[in-house]
Design a binder for this molecule. Structure first.
Ligand code: SAH
Length: 351
């Protein structure tokens, strides 16, 4: 049993079952025993691999997209270049390298990383050595000025609440304990009459912080200009029970070994778009593979390939395929962009 499992069992014994959201928050971000606090999660040696860690081309394409969006909006001379949940800092490093030649872009950019984990902050500082970087713990701390923002695989680790349609109506799925083991239990009926025609067993997931964060970002962009590009795995429609735990590149039981695995859920892009809509415009949902192809990843892949041979060339070809092919990340991962009403949607995004 991990230390955190013991802490949660004691807490539940003291004050009763907890929501899935509270469980995720404790497991991921507990200041001493949380997953992101104690692990080096990302990369081949970690538990999961993300698009920027697969190939530098991912960050290069997004960097050019951000720089183009900045030029489309009149190249403001001071703006925030923000990333949410930057992991090892690889994506931001690739974005900065790809945009070095864009006249005035680096001089105008104030880099802000929104990161909850102190150990990942340290790693980001190392990766981005030589750049002037600031950290914020929340999007509400982002300054009131044009905002160009990237978030890759950030929204999927925000805490969700789950509700299940039972014969009694909707009941919240909670985490309780019996005989010293954590388990899912149902709370009393939730007083709501919505979706009452949903079949028994339907699971509904709600991510309150995703909507709140998206609204905060959209408000700044609507008021001051900018663009947000949000990439994650998910869809427009809710997808049932999507809570999952990954350890050492394998799916594991989400209630086992608290704090030792990465907990995520599918992102609901529909509710994020609804949260942004009062303040700014939202692009159509664009598959990652389509977005990267439109941004020119194939031309970039070919020019890099010309300098490679043997295993490195093979790895490079595999990486291009992993990022873009519909059977790999190309279709599962999707993107939306948020821009001020009337502005061009960023290059590569569906209208
Ligand atoms: N974007 C990176 C890493 C994705 S992993 C990549 O593509 O490789 C998720 C990241 O979000 C980690 O850096 C994690 O520490 C951070 N994170 C998770 N929950 C957070 C929260 N509530 N606030 C800020 N950062 C958070």
């Amino acid at each position: 049993m991990t230390k955190l499992t013991g802490i949660l069992l004691a807490q539940i014994a003291r004050s009763g079952p907890i929501t899935v959201a509270e469980y995720m928050t404790q497991c991921l971000l507990h200041p001493e025993h949380g997953y992101y606090t104690t692990h080096q999660p990302i990369g081949q040696a970690g538990d999961f691999i993300t698009a920027p860690e697969i190939s530098q081309m991912f960050g290069e394409m997004l960097g050019l997209c951000v720089a183009q969006a900045w030029m489309d909006q009149g190249a403001p001379t001071r703006f925030t270049l923000a990333e949410l949940g930057p992991g090892r800092g690889t994506l931001m490093a690739d974005i900065l390298r790809a945009t070095k030649g864009v006249a005035g872009f680096h001089q105008a950019a104030e880099i802000v990383l929104v990161e909850a984990s102190p150990s990942l902050q340290t790693q980001q500082a190392q990766t981005l050595d030589g750049y002037d970087v600031q950290w914020a713990s929340n999007v509400t701390d982002l300054p009131e000025r044009p905002l160009f923002l990237i978030a890759n695989e950030f929204f999927d680790c925000l805490p969700i609440r789950q509700y299940i349609r039972t014969e009694h109506g909707w009941q919240e799925q909670m985490i309780g304990a019996s005989n010293g083991v954590l388990g899912f239990i149902l709370a009393a009926q939730t007083p709501t009459s919505v979706f009452n025609d949903a079949p028994l067993g339907t699971v509904l997931e709600i991510c309150p912080s995703a909507a709140a964060i998206t609204a905060d970002i959209a408000r700044i962009i609507g008021a001051h200009g900018g663009a947000a590009m949000i990439l994650d795995y998910g869809n427009l429609a809710p997808a049932g029970d999507t809570l999952q735990a990954i350890q050492n590149h394998q799916k594991v039981d989400p209630l086992q070994d608290c704090g030792a695995s990465d907990l995520t859920s599918h992102v609901n892009f529909h509710s994020m778009s609804e949260a942004a809509n009062p303040f700014a415009q939202v692009s159509g949902l664009t598959p990652q593979g389509v977005l990267l192809e439109r941004l020119g990843i194939t031309a970039r892949a070919q020019s890099l390939a010309a300098r490679l041979q043997g295993d490195t060339l093979e790895n490079h070809i595999t990486a291009h395929r992993r990022l873009t092919h519909p059977d790999e990340m190309g279709q599962l991962f999707k993107a939306i962009a948020i821009t001020p009403r009337g502005a061009n949607h960023p290059a590569g995004f569906d209208l």
